[in-house]
Design a protein around this ligand. Structure first.
Ligand code: FAD
Ligand code: AMP
Length: 475
C-alpha cells in the first residue's frame, strides 16, 4: 500500500467519511483513518452518529414509541390487543443489527469508491505528514497533499458526577441499558437528554429531568417550546427547570443526585443517572508539534467560513469545529471541503441548517424563530396551522402540534419555519429547500401539496401568513 495520498481524512464519522467518498469521486487518492472501538473491542467507521448517537437512539425511539402507541393509541383505531409487552433485549439486538449494517455499509462504500480505510489513530505532524498507529500498535508515517480533520466530539462530564458506566452513564451508556430503570434521572433537558428520557419513560421509567436553565428549549421558537413542554408533561416526563446539579453519589439504595433550585438544596434518589449536558470537541492526541493548526479557547479547531484551518491545506469539519453539532452539518462541510480541494465549487449555507428533536411529537425547525426575527429588526408576519385540522394527521391519530411560518412582512421572504407534530423531521425538508432557494411565503402558497398529506400543514401555514388559509379560520 502506498504511504502517500492526495487526501488523508482523520475521523470516519458523518463529517469524515463523506469527505473521503467525495474526494475519491473527485479522482483523488484518499485514506480515511478512524480509531472508534465498540464495547466488544471491534472497530467500526461511522463515528458517534452511527455507533452511539443518531442511529441507535432513533432505533430505540422507534421501538419504544411503537410500544407506547400500542398501549395508548391502538384502541382509538379499534385495534384491540390481548396485552402488550416488550423485550428490552430484543430491542437492543435490533438496534445493534441496524448499527452493524450501517457501519459495515461505510466499508462497502469505501471499497466501491476506492478509499483506503485505516483503523487506528491518526496524528497530524508538520508538513501534512500523518502518523498512523494501527490498533495493533504498529506505526507508519503517511504523507498527504491535503489533510481533513474530522475528529468529532465527546460527552461533557459534570464536576462532582463521575461516570461509572453502570449507574451513572453518558448518552452512549444510556443507549445500552439492558433493563428499564425504575427510577431514572437525566441531567440536561436538551435535545439528547429529551430523546433518551423519552425512550426510557415510554418503557415505564419514572423519569425526572433536571435542567439548569429557567427556560425550556430556549433555542426553539417559544410557541414550540411551550407546546412541547405541555406534551412531555402529559407523557409523565418530570422536567424540573432551574435545577442545577452539583453532585451524584452511588449508595446502596441508588444514586443520590444533589441539585439546587429556587427552594434550595435538593436530593433525588434514582436507579440510573444519565448525564446529557452537552458535548465538547474531541482533539486528544490529534496534533503533533509544528502543525500550525490552532484551537480556540473552547477547544474547537479554528477554521474560516470554508473550513480552512490556520495551516495551509489542512481543513477541519464536523463537531470539532464551530457551529451546531449535527451530523448533517458535518456531512455538508465534509463534502464541500472535498470539492474545494479538487478545485470545484463547495459551500455550506449555515443559515439553513435544520434542527430536529425526535420526540413525540417531533420538533423541527429551520431559520429564525419569531423572537430572533423580531430581535433582528425584521417586521414579521406569522402563519400557523394546527395538525388538528389536517385530515391526514387525524387519520394517523396524530393531531397534536402545529406548523408555523415566519415571513418578512415587507418582502414576504420566509425567515423561518417551525413544526411540532407528526413527522416534523421529514416535513422540515420542504422548508429547508424553500429557504435554500430564498422562497417567499407566496412561493409555498402557490406550490401544490398532495391531499391528504401532512405537508398540507406547511402549505396552509404559508397561506395563513397572508390570512388566506382555506382549512382554518383566518384571524
Ligand atoms: P464523530 O461522529 O464524533 O466522529 C469522529 C470519529 O473520529 C470517531 O469515530 C472517532 O473515534 C474518530 N477519531 C477522533 N480522533 C481520531 C484520531 N486522532 N484518529 C483516528 N480517529 C479519530 N446529530 C444529528 O444530526 N441528528 C441526530 O439525530 C443526532 N442524534 C444524536 C444522538 C446522540 C445520543 C448523540 C450523542 C449525538 C447525536 N447527534 C445527532 C450528533 C451527531 O452524532 C454528531 O453531530 C456527529 O456524529 C458529528 O460527526 P463528526 O464526524 O464530526 O464526529
Ligand atoms: P444540549 O446542549 O442540547 O446537549 O443540552 C444540554 C443541557 O444541559 C443544556 O440545556 C444545559 O443547560 C444543561 N445543563 C448543563 N449543566 C447542567 C447542570 N449542572 N445541571 C442541570 N442541567 C445542566
Amino acid at each position: 500500500m502506498s504511504d502517500s495520498f492526495d487526501v488523508i481524512v482523520i475521523g470516519g464519522g458523518p463529517a469524515g467519511y463523506p469527505a473521503a467518498i467525495r474526494a475519491a469521486q473527485n479522482k483523488l487518492s484518499v485514506a480515511c483513518i478512524d480509531e472508534w472501538k465498540n464495547r466488544d473491542g471491534s472497530s467500526a467507521f461511522g463515528g458517534t452518529c452511527l455507533n452511539a448517537g443518531c442511529i441507535p437512539s432513533k432505533a430505540l425511539l422507534e421501538s419504544s414509541e411503537l410500544y407506547h402507541r400500542a398501549l395508548h393509541e391502538f384502541a382509538a383505531h379499534g385495534v384491540t390487543l390481548d396485552g402488550v409487552g416488550f423485550d428490552v433485549a430484543a430491542m437492543q439486538k435490533r438496534k445493534g443489527g441496524i448499527v452493524r449494517q450501517m457501519t459495515q455499509g461505510i466499508l462497502t462504500l469505501f471499497k466501491g469508491a476506492g478509499v483506503t480505510a485505516l483503523t487506528g489513530h491518526g496524528r497530524l505532524l508538520a508538513d501534512k505528514k500523518v502518523e498512523f498507529t494501527g490498533h495493533d500498535g504498529a506505526k507508519r508515517t503517511l504523507q498527504a497533499k491535503h489533510v481533513v480533520l474530522a475528529s468529532g466530539s465527546e460527552p461533557m462530564a459534570l464536576r462532582g458526577v463521575a461516570f461509572d458506566g453502570e449507574r451513572i452513564v453518558d448518552s452512549w451508556g444510556a443507549l445500552e441499558f439492558g433493563e428499564v430503570p425504575k427510577r431514572l434521572c437525566v441531567i440536561g433537558a436538551g435535545v439528547i437528554g429529551l430523546e433518551l428520557g423519552s425512550v426510557w419513560r415510554r418503557l415505564g421509567s419514572e423519569t425526572v429531568m433536571l435542567e439548569a436553565l429557567e427556560q425550556f428549549l430556549p433555542m426553539a421558537d417559544s410557541q414550540l417550546s411551550k407546546e412541547a413542554a405541555r406534551h412531555f408533561k402529559k407523557q409523565g416526563l418530570d422536567i424540573r427547570l432551574g435545577a442545577k446539579v452539583s453532585s451524584a453519589t452511588v449508595k446502596p439504595d441508588g444514586v443520590h443526585v444533589g441539585y439546587t433550585d429556587a427552594k434550595g438544596a435538593q436530593t433525588l434518589v434514582v436507579d440510573r443517572l444519565i448525564v446529557a449536558i452537552g458535548r465538547r470537541p474531541f482533539t486528544k492526541d490529534l496534533l503533533g508539534d509544528g502543525t500550525g493548526v490552532a484551537l480556540d479557547e473552547r477547544g474547537f479547531v479554528q477554521v474560516d467560513e470554508q473550513c480552512r484551518t490556520a495551516a495551509a491545506d489542512v481543513w477541519a469539519v464536523g463537531d470539532c469545529v464551530r457551529g451546531p453539532m449535527l451530523a448533517h452539518k458535518g456531512k455538508e462541510e465534509g463534502v464541500a471541503v472535498a470539492d474545494l480541494i479538487a478545485g470545484h465549487y463547495g459551500h455550506v449555507n449555515y443559515k439553513v441548517i435544520p434542527s430536529v428533536i425526535y420526540t413525540a411529537p417531533e420538533i423541527a425547525w429551520v431559520g429564525q424563530t419569531e423572537e430572533q426575527a423580531k430581535a433582528a429588526g425584521r417586521s414579521t408576519k406569522i402563519g400557523s396551522f394546527p395538525f388538528a385540522a389536517s385530515g391526514r394527521a387525524k387519520a394517523m391519530e396524530a393531531g397534536a402540534g402545529f406548523c408555523k411560518v415566519v415571513a418578512d412582512a415587507g418582502t414576504d421572504e420566509i425567515l423561518g419555519i417551525h413544526i411540532i407534530g407528526p413527522m416534523a423531521g421529514e416535513l422540515i425538508a420542504e422548508a429547508v429547500l424553500a429557504m435554500e432557494y430564498s422562497a417567499s411565503s407566496e412561493d409555498l402558497q402557490r406550490t401544490i401539496h398532495a391531499h391528504p398529506t401532512l405537508s398540507e400543514a406547511v402549505h396552509e401555514a404559508a397561506l395563513a401568513a397572508d390570512k388566506r388559509a382555506i382549512d382554518i379560520p383566518n384571524r
